[in-house]
Design a protein around this ligand. Structure first.
Ligand code: AR6
Length: 167
């Protein structure tokens, strides 16, 4: 059965077909989960990302996983929170949906997401979790390859928000 689940942990260590990176529009690395993924994947990831010439908010791009256990890394810039009246909800849903479309197009069965936009980009956690879970569940209803989506949360507060959103 297709499902979304929640674990607490470090997304760079997860063995799945594709992990998603909460990137910025340059795709050239940064802090948070983006920094952790670039460190763990190695310098070849930087070179691969350079070729894209950036990525608009809500869209996604795919690279190899390089030194990670994951086969692919899907990079998506989530929205910066500007109070909620600047299309943030839709842009966050776009990040999840476009990442899953790329996973599907590349034959991925298992996909792991971090909590996109709820760190440096300050998107309110409960609201982000609800949008993420709804968008993933909608996608899973029509997916043929993607079967298992895991939210990999870095701390207990984040994990709790996503567990609540699933109920
Ligand atoms: N595994 C899983 N989750 C993690 C990890 C990890 N190794 N490290 C951090 N998190 P953030 P954003 C969590 O700030 O809000 C970067 O500089 C973190 O605790 O990484 O989308 C980019 O380059 C939080 O719950 O992403 C952009 O400029 C979640 O990942 C900007 O930050 C997202 O936090 C993107 O900001």
């Amino acid at each position: 059965m297709n499902s979304v689940k929640v674990i607490e942990g470090d997304i760079t260590k997860v063995q799945v077909d594709a992990i998603v990176n909460a990137a910025n529009t340059t795709l050239m690395g940064g802090g948070g989960v983006d920094g952790a993924i670039h460190r763990a994947a190695g310098p070849a990831l930087y070179a691969a990302c350079e070729k894209f010439g950036g990525c608009p908010t809500g869209e996604a791009r795919i690279t190899s996983g390089f030194n990670l256990p994951a086969r692919y890394i899907i990079h998506t810039p989530g929205p910066v929170w500007h109070g909620g009246n600047h299309g943030e909800d839709q842009l966050l849903a776009n990040s999840y949906r476009n990442s899953l479309k790329l996973a599907e197009a590349n034959g991925c069965r298992t996909v792991a997401f971090p909590s996109i936009s709820t760190g440096v980009y300050s998107f309110p956690l409960d609201r982000a979790a609800e949008i993420a879970v709804r968008t993933i569940n909608e996608f899973l209803q029509t997916a043929s390859h993607v079967e298992e989506v895991t939210m990999v949360c870095f701390d207990p507060v984040t994990a709790k928000a996503y567990r609540n959103a699933i109920r």
